[in-house]
Design a protein around this ligand. Sequence first.
Ligand code: NAD
Ligand code: MG
Length: 405
Amino acid sequence: MNPPLTQVIRRRVAVLGSTGSIGVNTLDVIRAHPDRFEVAALTAGKQVERLAEQCLEFKPRIAVVADAEGAAHLQQLLAGKVNGIAVLHGPDALVSAVLESDCDTVMAAIVGAAGLIPTLAAAKAGKRILLANKEALVMSGDLFMEAVKAGGAELLPIDSEHNAIFQCLPDRFGSGSIGSSRDHLGVEELWLTASGGPFRDKSLDELKTITPDQACAHPNWVMGRKISVDSATMMNKGLEVIEAHWLFGLPLTQIRVLIHPQSVVHSMVRYRDGSVIAQLGQPDMRTPIAYGLAWPDRIDAGVPALNLSQLAALNFSEPDFNRFPCLALAFEAAKVGGTAPTILNAANEIAVAAFLDQRIPYLRIAHVVRDTLAKVSATPASSIEIVLVADAQARRIAQECLSSP
Ligand code: NAD
Ligand code: MG
């Protein structure tokens, strides 16, 4: 028998947002590889019962929920069944889950701005960060990438497009050089693919009456409700353009979006010599999750093999910025820079939450984001404190914009 090429390190993983779509998929991959992974911490917002089940199965050192009431409920559910799990609550406890659980790997899968501070803590502490929470990077861009460098962290993108691009870049430039200039690699452009969401072919008139459930029924991917709405408006792709800009250190002019309804080509890199390298796969997040968890090894992700001969076609087309104003707003905010992407993200979170609560119609999401960007001035994002102030101010103004005509 041949000896293994590399010694397998058993990774201790903190899963932030373990009860969500990415969190559950992460635990699926971990469950299948007990020789490679153990769970150091699990965190959730409000889904205490699901978290309790996960705690009983994975026995983390630390479990975190949003508030004291949830923590008391979790204690009750665990009492007499499992020992040695510290149950904590609140935003500071998310940082404890990263710093005090003895983890070496952090799956950043909290949705929205709530994930920023614990993910930043993981960067400063030099962990392997599996980044699903794109909003954190959109908000803090430069500062986050600096923290990764200063802390000696290993940053691996989980968002399927960025994971694909990472796989399409030369492997001699591993995650240690993520964020550095790609000039010397001959990279000309990054092509981010987008399915176009469930309303790609609907008329503007039909979009007026879209319900939250319709917006969350994505044709190819099963995801949390916020990112599903972002995919329908294509704000998700806008956030991903900003994410790619920071992760791979390329200017916006070298990042393109292509509509690709089948979601089989997850993204591509075009090189100076005419080559285009693509990563293909099933639309199943366990592939990028397994890739990040085991990198640089490849492990079974539980994903069925792709059968290209069963696919009728792979189509690509340019996005229509008039039909998808959120995509245009994201490009504009990215060009302005500074705190503009933070303002964009905060306004979008407020507008999407209001749409999901049926307080505003679908088409108003873009209006709320546009009006908030017009009312809140962007400043240089020179510290996290400045970013958090811009986030809070944009949320306040976006709330006002919800009710303005
Ligand atoms: P989700 O809504 O299914 O899960 C979110 C998780 O975060 C849950 O565990 C929830 O309890 C927790 N959470 C929410 N608010 C919180 C708060 N204020 N404090 C603490 N915890 C909180 O979302 P998801 O689809 O799993 O997405 C998670 C992140 O991954 C998002 O940033 C999303 O953009 C990104 N992402 C998701 C997918 C996907 O396929 N689902 C793909 C690419 C990127
Ligand atoms: Mg994506």
